[in-house]
Design a protein around this ligand. Sequence first.
Ligand code: ATP
Ligand code: MG
Length: 481
Amino acid sequence: MENWLTKRARLTPARVAVTDGQKQMTFSEVAQAAAIMAGRIAALKSTRTHDRIALLMVNNISGYLVIMALQQLGKTIVFINHRLSVAEINYQLSDADIDILLTDDAYKQKLFVQQQVKFSDLPSGEPITPVNDYPDDFVTSIMYTSGTTNHPKGVMQTYQNHFMSAMGSALNLGLTATDAWLAVVPIFHISGFSILMRSLLYGMRVVLVEKFEASKINDWLIHDTITTMSVVPVMLKTLLAELPDDVNYNDHFRAMLLGGGPTDQQTLQQAQAHHLPIIQSYGMTETSSQVVALAPEDIQSKLGSVGKPLFPVTVDIRDDQGQSTSVGNIWLKTPTLTPGYLNHPKQLNHQVSSGWFNTEDFGYFDTDGFLYIQGRQGDMISSGGENIFPDEVESVYAKMPGLENIVVIGVPDEKWGAIPVAVVSGTHLSLAALRDYGRERLAHYKVPKQFYRAKTWYRTASGKVQRHRFAQVLTELPALK
Ligand code: ATP
Ligand code: MG
């Protein structure tokens, strides 16, 4: 396909492409600025000999322009999560075999890489002639998974992946010429980067927001004509907590795309009370964003479901033997599936069979064809022949007064095979109160048998609880009495 930026700048040159609240640029201005920025990157001596360049950016216009520029040069972008520790970033730089790293000006740490250059330190150079094509199978982005279950994996994504993903989303949500998508989810994750690709394909304005400050974002959604925003569950909770009861978002606002992890019913109900158009969705880095999402007309009646497979996507639920079943592993067939993990060519193979991809998430369809996610296969606790999903137990406890955090994990047990226990934080918590609360609302086998108290709460940079890290330290934590 023709270079998306060149094409977009020709189709709708005067439409606003991007704004950060202070500055805004049209598609034609972005195309020009990207060619200039590309010239500066090309002026780095080693650029020519490297196909992959790493990028550490925040959600601002200079980072956005560097992405556009790297695509103009035909370089693969390796996204680095700036919220990670230096050791974690060094792991990713070495895993991806990176020599050149471009960083946001505010980033101060020295990383283990041959050449680390701040955007403003890029040399001057002549604007380049952009690549003619964005080839379908070209890997334009490599981004690391959240690292919820283990070390993050570098997922390769092609232009074709992003194109089909953007089409699937547009066929679900629809498009208008005045659409504007607020991007406060990080661009170094697929949730953020996919917004930039959709913007080029749809001709849509992106509102880049660097920091998640709930009151400012609410303000923006109330007063600007933003139509769409992507959020992870913790962001939705915070926005709701700050939103006054009698206030609604602007009349054009039509989709709050929610995904990345489970959301408890209470938060969903609260959002419904505010008439927020919550579109639950399900996807992962490996599928280049959402693959299943609710349609706008189903958001009231199917609260809690992540919806139906998007137009290009097929979903099958299979048992451990790979046979279709009603409740089990979620398998997908999708043109948005990654060609593989960078530098680990065999790693994806054990999850792929005849073109189908085993997500290793568990779920089921209801009789109307709506998908419900139960949790990750690796988190499932098999206790006396029953399956327990920590997400369900945690979601029930989310409403308990005084409880701030809870994570449920399985521990080996002689009699039952495994039993659920929980790690909690909060005030005025007692073993009896926690047990009673669970017993009144859950089947007895699902109620954690022991509760431990933790001071440190292990989360990924995107706010997902890292269950395995709690499991590692469980024996060191004090048990509630
Ligand atoms: P890692 O693979 O490194 O352990 P991760 O799987 O959390 O990290 P991502 O690709 O960011 O990395 O997240 C995708 C996963 O998030 C899915 O496989 C699923 O487990 C979970 N997820 C995504 N959307 C939802 C949702 N709506 N409800 C429940 N879980 C979800
Ligand atoms: Mg994963």
